[in-house]
Design a protein around this ligand. Structure first.
Ligand SMILES: [Zn+2]
Length: 387
């Protein structure tokens, strides 16, 4: 794909890793202030500016927001990849001109700057902004609602990250998932929802060329307190994007690239034949399952019993000195058949020590797991990974 050649050399390398907040995007907003119309559309509960980037003057209005959940920054990186692509003057100029003439794109790169800085899903008041569509109790929710009403979008993009547990058939990770949120409890296919499904089917077909088997459909339920569901309910086609994991990519530098291609597809840079029966095609996209664990240690023997079982370790993302550390936590003890580890080890039935003790407790930080009678045999060690 010609766009992948551009991407390889030109993606926004000033934004990398998972910890992205206002401080990181401020220099880019300064640069792009000359290229796009960038405004402060309000401030967060703690008084931080919330920015909106507007590009293009076309009839079709698209509104996107990223980092509504503060610790979900992958799509923010993709937005700045997209900004860089649109602002450059050396390639795809005809296509970019057409985009700017056809679309007006409003984009909020960080809707929840307080959550982004403290690296939390929730905002400064510990409120999940995606459960605040009815009450609009938080400054950030009110700002999103206001720009939704003022911009009168034809399409909304609700941009998120999903956890590493999500899987697809054949032990594939859900690297990108999409959802056309329901517009009512009956999950009816309303006109706006069908439009969203059509868009998703096109995205699925383009991304399947790049990461076959790694694109999923996010779980379907209706909650009118979720922003996407509430906009869909009001008849505005809304797509949920969930950037996810791919092999070894805890920094999510791969999935950001796929989100970039998804944006290119939505805005017509990458063309795809529209499916005749988008609803059927949409439901053929495999639904996310939750079969991955970060690490699985199989066949460990615990305590005095002869029972052999397995352990699952989950990486908790902890903000430490301006970086995000993956802290391994003992999360499950059980047979874990039918589950897969992004990393796996086999203890082959030996007794183990976790942090030098035999009694395990769920929720404990894991430094090291060794064989009880051969402590040089290490099944897991915290590698102090920062992402
Ligand atoms: Zn989210």
């Amino acid at each position: 794909m010609e766009f992948s050649a551009w991407y390889k050399d030109h993606f926004e390398s000033r934004l990398t890793g998972r910890y992205i907040h206002t401080k990181h995007i401020a220099p880019l907003l300064d640069i792009y202030g000359h290229e796009f119309s960038i405004s402060v559309i309000g401030s967060s509960e703690k008084g931080k500016n919330i920015h909106c980037i507007k590009m293009g003057t076309g009839k079709k209005v698209v509104l996107a927001w990223s980092q509504m959940h503060g610790n979900e920054s992958t799509t923010t990186k993709a937005i700045f990849d997209f900004c860089k692509f649109i602002a450059q003057k050396s390639s795809f100029q005809a296509e970019i001109g057409e985009f700017l003439d056809s679309f007006t794109f409003y984009c909020i790169p960080i809707l929840n700057p307080d959550g982004a800085e403290q690296y939390s899903r929730e905002n400064a008041n510990n409120i999940d902004l995606n459960r605040d569509a009815r009450e609009l109790s938080q400054a950030e929710s009110k700002i999103l609602r206001k720009i939704f009403e003022e911009s009168r979008p034809d399409l909304c993009l609700n941009l998120h990250d999903q956890r590493t547990i999500y899987s697809l058939p054949d032990k594939m990770p859900a690297t990108v998932s999409f959802l056309a949120p329901a517009a009512n409890k009956a999950l009816d296919i309303t006109t706006s929802r069908e439009t969203a499904m059509k868009e998703i089917v096109a995205l699925y077909s383009v991304l399947s060329e790049l990461i076959p088997g790694q694109i999923g459909r996010y779980d379907d339920s209706f909650n009118d307190n979720c922003m996407g569901d509430s906009f869909q309910m009001e008849g505005v086609p809304t797509l949920l994007f969930e950037a996810g994991h791919s092999r070894g990519d805890y920094r999510r530098e791969k999935s950001r690239e796929y989100i970039f291609y998804a944006l290119l597809t939505l805005f017509g840079f990458i063309t795809v034949e529209k499916s005749k029966n988008a609803v059927d095609a949409y439901y053929l996209i495999p639904e996310n399952e939750e079969r991955f664990r970060d690490v699985i240690i199989r066949n460990v023997q615990l305590g005095d019993t002869d029972k052999v079982t397995s352990l699952a370790i989950r990486y908790e993302e902890v903000l430490e000195n301006d970086r995000i550390r993956l802290v391994p936590i003992l999360d499950e003890i059980g047979d874990l058949n039918g589950f897969f580890g992004h990393k796996e080890a086999d203890a082959e039935g030996v007794k183990i020590l976790l942090n030098s003790h035999e009694i395990l407790s769920i929720g404990e930080k894991v430094s090291i797991i060794v064989s009880k009678y051969a402590i040089n045999r290490v099944f897991f060690r915290d590698s102090l990974t920062f992402i």
